[in-house]
Ligand binder design. Structure first.
Ligand code: ADP
Ligand code: MG
Length: 339
């Protein structure tokens, strides 16, 4: 009889875990943006080349990392965000799994530069396929810059599976928009092949919406607010004439996390009934604040679905808030009923 079970080497374990965290360039961008927000950045720059296949770089002016932490950040299950299992029930940060950087570094060539305000010199780390190539002190601004190059360079099957540049870029812009919308108080920019796609100064939510979706929304957004013991809602809806045939400009955030919910989408579109045509979708950006005890954030790394213990109440509150907003602003139908 012989024993045949072995623990996998870290590099392989990380590569397997990476399959869940990094499906495409946009999923890596989401993780890097969330880390920058968690680090308390007030300004975040994104640089993208070849739709993220060649490069995604996220530069923040957050709190940075010490040299030891910089190296630790690439270990799996290494996190500064939770310490005990109790902390799992009161998560205030985007991250807590300590998997993102380890996963990204397993399937790409990563360069990290980071400095804390109290240190004179920063730290540079280069790591490829989980293998540290370089670690040395470096002059760097306060904050952190992470460059992810040649995603899936060592996993050709996954690299071939990536979609065309326009499709991957669309996913990148989607992730960027979601994070930028939920933090209007943080300045964001996005460059693609040295061209500026977005340059969003810190400001109010309404300014952020205009910055992201265009001047058509300037002065055209209808505020939507409702306070109930169960859920608080605030945000904006677009006027019926701004409804579009294409879906995509509809955003729900629950406790500042972007979520997808066709059920809650229906609550909004039903409030627009009679004001827009059936095949059109209203614009909305709605923030729901709800006691975390009443929701189950499906904790899969990339899932954006969520469960509410009282979905019907949330539905009813959203519908009535949107109806009230439309009524209060004497919004008129965009459908011409005379024909
Ligand atoms: P998580 O975010 O779940 O903790 P990550 O792998 O994304 O896991 O990051 C690991 C750790 O590295 C974080 O807990 C944080 O301490 C540190 N870190 C990552 N990105 C940054 C950043 N941009 N600024 C400061 N610290 C960072
Ligand atoms: Mg993270």
């Amino acid at each position: 009889m012989s024993d045949i079970i072995q623990l996998l080497p870290d590099a392989i374990a990380n590569q397997i875990a990476a399959g869940e965290v990094v499906q495409r360039p946009a999923s890596a961008l989401k993780e890097l943006l969330e880390n920058a927000v968690d680090a308390g950045a007030t300004s975040i720059q994104v640089v993208v080349k070849e739709a993220g296949k060649l490069l995604i770089q996220v530069i923040d002016n957050g709190k940075g990392m010490s040299p030891t932490d910089a190296r630790m950040s690439f270990e799996r299950h290494a996190t500064s965000k939770i310490r005990t299992s109790q902390d799992l029930f009161a998560i205030r940060t985007f991250g807590f799994r300590g998997e993102a950087l380890a996963s990204i570094a397993a399937v790409a060539q990563v360069e990290l530069k980071t400095r804390q305000a109290e240190s004179e010199l920063g730290t540079l780390i280069q790591i490829e396929g989980s293998e540290v190539k370089k670690q040395e002190p470096v002059a760097a601004p306060v904050g952190t810059s992470v460059s992810m190059k040649n995603l899936f360079f060592n996993v050709p099957a996954r690299r071939n599976f990536l979609k065309s540049n326009p499709v991957e870029m669309r996913h990148i812009v989607d992730e960027f928009q979601r994070v930028a919308l939920s933090y209007p108080e943080i300045a964001f920019s996005l460059f693609q092949q040295d061209l500026e796609v977005f340059n969003l100064p810190a400001g109010k939510l309404s300014q952020r919406i205009v910055g992201l979706f265009g001047k058509t929304y300037q002065g055209q957004l209808v505020p939507c607010e409702e306070d109930t013991p169960h859920v608080n809602i605030k945000g904006y809806i677009g006027k019926p004439e701004h409804a579009k045939k294409t879906r995509g400009e509809q955003f729900f955030f629950v406790n500042n996390r972007y979520i997808k919910s066709s059920y809650l989408h229906h609550a909004v579109s039903s409030a627009f009934e009679g004001l827009i045509q059936n095949d059109q979708h209203p614009f909305y950006v709605l923030f729901l604040e709800i006691d975390p005890a009443h929701i189950d954030i499906n904790v899969h790394p990339t899932k954006t679905e969520i469960k509410f213990d009282d979905e019907r109440t949330v539905y009813a509150v959203i519908r009535s808030a949107v109806k009230q907003a439309l009524g209060a602003h004497h919004v008129t139908p965009a459908i011409d009923f005379s024909v």
